[in-house]
Each structure stands twice: as C-alpha cells, then as structure tokens.
Design a protein around this ligand. Structure first.
Ligand code: CA
Length: 390
C-alpha cells in the first residue's frame, strides 16, 4: 500500500491556503478561504484537529462517528476563532478526510474538495460538492459540462467555520486490492475534467508519478488556484509504505483577497438528512418504534435520539395509526422509543401495540383493533454514494 500527497500554490496566487495530512491511517485535504490569513488558519486548524482526533482514538473505534465528531469540533473551533476575533473574520475551509480501517474507507466531507475512487479503470466521485453548482447539477438543472465551466462554481453552500451548524457527509466504502483513491481540492477539479483525471490516475507509474501529473495538469490548465492531491493505492497484502506523516505546506504571510464566495443559505434540513442518512450505514441493522412527524406510529431504521446534533435514523415503515389512537401504555412505549432492536423484534412489538381508537383512513370500525395495519415495509433506496439525498 502506497500513498503520496502534494500541494502547489499554482501560477497566480501568492500563497497556498490548502492544507493536507496523510499518515497511512488518515488522509485529508482542506481548502481555506477568507481574507488576510483566514484561509490558511482555517484549513490548518481543520487538518490539525482531525489528525489529532484520529491519533487520540483507538484503532477499533467507530470511524464514522469519529470523523463526524472531529469535523463538528473543527467547525466549532474555526467558527469560534472567527467570532472571537482571534482569527480573521469570514474565514472558512473545506474538509475531505478519509480513514482506512482494514478494507473499509470512511470519508467525512464538507465543502467542494473531492474524493474519487479509480477501480478497474473507472473513476467515480465518492463525495458530493456542497456548492451551488453541485446542487444545480444534482437537481438536473446543469449538465456536468455546464457545471465544469459555470461562472459561479466557486460558491459553496457549506464550509467549516462559517456557521454554527454544519452537516458533515459521512460515507463508507468497501475497498478492493488495486483500488486507487484520490483526494483533491478544487484547484484540480476546476481545471481538469473527470475524464482527464481518470486518464492521469490510470496511467502507468506509482502514486508519486500520479501526484506529479495531476499537479502539472492543474498548472497547465492555468494554475489559477492552489492545488492539493493525495493519491493512495489500496492493497490488502502489505502495510503502507510510508510511516512518516506527509507534512503541511510552509506558510507565506501575505495579504490577499479570497476569490471564494460563500453562500450561507444552507438548506439545513436537507443537510441534516444527508448526514443522518449517511450514518445509517453504521446502524443499518437497528430499528426502533417511534412517532413520525405526522404523529403516526412508525418503525424507524437507525437509533433514536441524536449525537453531536445529528440524528441517525430514517422512516422504515410509517403505519396509518396515530399516537392518539393507542392505549396509554402503548403510547408511552412509542413516544419514549422504548423498543429498539432488530427488525423482527421491533415488528413483533408493533403487533402488540393496543389500538383503542379507529385508525385514520379506515373509517369507524370496532372498538379495538388488533394491530396497526400499516403499509407494507418499504426498504430505503440503496445507494452506493456516501452522500445520499433523502
Ligand atoms: Ca481552492
């Protein structure tokens, strides 16, 4: 297993506001923005905090939860620095971090830096850009070609440090020997198309050669921005070749204007849903009984409550029975999410709930009903993407 990381200031800017980290367990890139030294401070803070968090955590810890927690902490710290005046205002940063445990790659992601997987010559993007253009692309209002040249492609909908609330996308991917992973900032992806990246990544040579070719391509495309790339080859046969962390770039303290704008109209609910959905993968086999927003008795997949402000559940089966139609004992059971377990357990508990008022949509019937009739269970749509839209 080999990896390589490179960052380059580009051909136009005076300073490099990107930061990166790679140590064999954690790989991360961050792309800072903000006037004065804001961008550098923000990206360096994000990288340091996530690297420290991973270093301080045992290897058998829940990686998805670790990355989510560290990302949220980094956001709070950068936001606090900006607010407190100890850092330049308006600063923010992207963060795309990947941790590998055994053959599982877990990605934590905020902003428009990207993670890609090259497998059998096919390139797939593992992250979704939190950008205006990314939203337009996903909603079908732009083609990939239009998105690539869109004048507003630097407008982010999410970045660390710009808002108290942040939603990290967390995704997991099973790796195969021979997979090549790329993490990069938008210095690469705004100058080189996905096809171009695929060709350069799939070309002959080790990871170092791929890193060099990608940086060269970004600079040949104008080098308008800082570019950072990390390339790693996954092989289950050998440990990582590097043992020393790949360091940070030197800092040049020059004033400069950020060319990034930030769009702070984050669709908060969508964001929360994205994070929650991604985290289900860790809780895929857990279900519980609760009440839906429509007040209906519902089987949820995931775990009740929230952790670090995020919820980890989705509706699995919303019945037609409302909370008010249950006996007091059954109602408490449902309201308190007292039934948690595998699907069989939870569905068995569902059948024992006591309905004392007629269900909706059924018209008046007998005084009691054996069981919430419910809809047939509708499994959620399976997606491979780490960042799923509900
Ligand atoms: Ca950039």
């Amino acid at each position: 297993m080999r990896y390589c990381g490179r960052t380059h200031v580009g051909k136009v800017r005076k300073k490099n506001e990107d930061a990166m980290h790679a140590d064999g367990r954690l790989f991360a890139v961050a792309d800072g923005m903000g006037g004065h030294r804001g961008g550098e401070v923000a990206s360096a803070t994000a990288i340091k905090m996530i690297a420290d968090a991973v270093r301080a955590t045992p290897e058998d810890a829940n990686v998805a939860r670790l990355l989510a927690g560290a990302t949220i902490s980094a956001n709070e710290e950068i936001y606090r620095k900006a607010k407190a005046g100890s850092g330049p205002s308006g600063m923010g940063t992207t963060l795309t971090a990947a941790a590998i445990v055994d053959d599982v790659l877990t990605i934590g992601h905020v902003g428009d830096s990207r993670a890609y997987l090259l497998r059998d010559g096919q390139l797939s993007q593992l992250t979704e850009d939190h950008s205006l253009v990314g939203e337009l692309l996903r909603s079908g209002q732009l083609t990939p070609e239009q998105a690539f040249t869109h004048p507003k492609r630097n407008v982010l909908t999410q970045a660390l440090g710009t808002s108290e609330d942040i939603t990290a996308d967390i995704g997991t991917h099973k790796l195969r020997a021979g997979d090549r992973i790329l993490l990069c900032t938008d210095g690469l992806t705004t100058t080189v198309t996905d096809d171009g990246i695929a060709k350069l990544l799939a070309g002959p040579g080790e990871v170092d050669a791929a890193c060099a070719k990608l940086i060269d391509a970004a600079n040949r495309g104008g080098g308008q921005d800082n570019t950072t790339v990390i390339v790693l080859d996954f092989s289950d046969a050998e440990p990582f070749a590097h043992t020393e962390p790949i360091g940070m770039k030197p800092t040049v303290a020059r004033r400069g204007r950020s060319r990034r704008a930030l769009l702070v109209l984050v669709p908060l609910l969508l964001g929360l849903a994205l994070a929650a959905f991604a985290l289900f993968q860790a809780f895929n086999n857990t279900y519980y009984l609760g009440v839906s927003q429509r007040n209906r008795v519902t089987v949820f997949r995931g775990v009740p409550g929230s952790f670090l402000g995020l919820t980890y559940s989705e509706t699995y089966n919303e019945t037609t029975v409302t909370r008010d139609q249950l006996s007091e004992a059954s109602r408490k059971l449902v309201e308190q999410n007292a039934v948690v377990g595998d699907l069989e357990t939870v569905e068995a508990a569902l059948r024992t709930l006591e309905v004392v008022a007629p269900p909706l949509e059924r018209g008046p019937t007998d005084e009691t009903h054996p069981l919430p009739p419910g809809h047939p269970p509708v499994p959620p749509t399976e997606q491979e993407s780490p960042t799923q839209t509900v």
